[in-house]
Design a binder for this molecule. Structure first.
Ligand SMILES: NC(=O)c1ccc[n+]([C@@H]2O[C@H](COP(=O)([O-])OP(=O)(O)OC[C@H]3O[C@@H](n4cnc5c(N)ncnc54)[C@H](O)[C@@H]3O)[C@@H](O)[C@H]2O)c1
Ligand SMILES: [Zn+2]
Length: 396
């Protein structure tokens, strides 16, 4: 009898096992062009000597920005018919937060999967921004308790953050990401060509997530971001590809080595700057996009860290200046909304965060650039002061 069993009450059994997850993240261009072998190799490596059934789900914004894409996808599947079978036409999912705001989207996708008789060995290939990836990912995780998901993220934010991790989710009853699962993908393919058609806000938005990981994990990356801020803003593809690769790498390494890939604990360092961002997104009915909201959240939490003595004045200035140089506004009118007691509504984001994590509040702040620490209490007067500093800086 082992020690654990010894300590158990007589009517208990101990059950312990672990499962290893592994998935590749590819960086490529021209994914569906005939001379690109990434996808073909991926399906061939999946083995099983079968013709893989694949349901392709496509972000409506991507489909309309790249009119030839659906045809290219069809042609690719025809040319690889020995290995794969495209199930029906690419299924178009409304792009952006619209995908996540209506649970019916998930059930609709499940019905499509059912109609095509997908099984647990079938593939769902989701091509789109974080909103579509999160929604399709949830549907794929639920149907038959999990189909194989290939994510093809098409925004900066999805390529460096949302699309490479292990989570999915949709919004419900006004609460961001209220419903979701942890479900590692089968593979992720970042195709830099998709970034060319991005609207300005979606090109810039993902840079905020790079600042996020850099500030709490990697001072050299942070300096590099500040140096290349102008180039990034001016749509320098090379600078952006480097940012995406480095940021995705840090994100993956945190999940792999942080000791808590499925977030059983309370600390969520990858959510630095996010407690106010999620609130702002919901308060603005998603007029303020995720990346832009995160930039504001990083600015406020960095100023707060400065007020608490965790960052020097110069460090705070470098963060604010870096974000501004990239083109982020750091203030939004919604931050001034007050509840009947006169408190800023955005501060309610701390309460949402506490609930989401389960009980005790845990918020990550930088402690010097490149390092972080967790706190369980936030001084509301100082946080309010931080909002005022950012507001004044933005000239409001
Ligand atoms: N699951 C996670 O771990 C995780 C992490 C971070 C963020 N997210 C979520 O990701 C979402 C934000 O995702 P996002 O920033 O990628 O934006 P998005 O999915 O909201 O898409 C933004 C807009 O860009 C369009 N679009 C997408 N790719 C395009 C392209 N290549 N060309 C032209 N238009 C294109 C979309 O149709 C949409 O209109 C949020 O809901 C956020 O909560 C999830
Ligand atoms: Zn984020």
């Amino acid at each position: 009898m082992n020690h654990t069993a010894h300590r158990l009450p007589p009517q208990s059994l101990e059950q312990t096992f672990s499962v290893t997850f592994s998935y590749p993240v590819y960086f490529t261009r021209g994914l569906f062009s005939p001379d690109n072998s990434v996808l073909r190799d991926l399906f061939r490596q999946a083995g099983e000597r079968r013709r893989h059934r694949v349901l392709v789900c496509l972000d409506s914004g991507v489909a309309s920005s790249i009119p030839g894409l659906e045809g290219e996808i069809r042609t690719w599947f025809q040319s690889n018919a020995e290995d794969v079978e495209l199930m029906g036409e690419p299924w178009i999912v409304p792009g952006g937060e619209a995908a996540k705001n209506d649970p019916e989207r998930v059930f609709e996708l499940i019905r499509v999967a059912m109609r095509h008789r997908l099984c647990r060995h079938s593939f769902v290939m989701a091509i789109g921004g974080g909103g579509v990836l999160d929604t399709v990912g949830l549907a794929a995780a639920l149907f038959h308790r999990g189909l194989r998901l290939i994510r093809v993220p098409t925004t900066v934010l999805a390529q460096n953050d949302a699309g490479v991790g292990v989570k999915n989710g949709i919004n419900s009853d006004g609460v961001k990401n209220a419903l979701g699962t942890f479900a590692p993908p089968f593979a992720v393919i970042n195709d830099a060509d998709f970034l060319r058609t991005l609207a300005e806000a979606d090109w810039i938005g993902g840079i905020a997530e790079a600042f996020k990981v850099a500030i709490i994990q990697d001072a050299a990356f942070f300096e590099g971001l500040c140096r290349s801020a102008r180039r990034l803003r001016e749509r320098d593809e090379e600078a952006m590809e480097e940012l995406i690769r480095r940021c995705a790498d840090l994100h993956l390494s945190h999940i792999r080595t942080g000791g808590d890939p499925f977030e059983f604990g309370r600390a969520r360092p990858l959510d630095f700057g996010h407690w106010s961002a999620h609130r702002l997104e919901m308060m603005s009915a998603h007029r303020v996009r995720h990346g832009q909201a995160v930039a504001m959240g990083i600015a406020v939490d960095s100023v707060y860290a400065g007020l608490m003595g965790w960052l020097s004045e110069q460090e705070v200035e470098a963060i604010l200046h870096g974000l501004e140089e990239c083109g982020f506004p750091l203030w939004y009118a919604e931050n001034d909304l007050r509840d009947p007691s006169g408190r800023r509504c955005v501060l309610g984001g701390l309460e949402d965060f506490r609930e989401h994590l389960g009980g005790e509040l845990t918020v990550t702040f930088p402690r010097g650039i490149g390092r972080r620490h967790e706190v369980h209490e936030v001084d509301l007067a100082q946080m309010n002061a931080a909002f005022e500093v950012v507001r004044a800086r933005a000239g409001r």
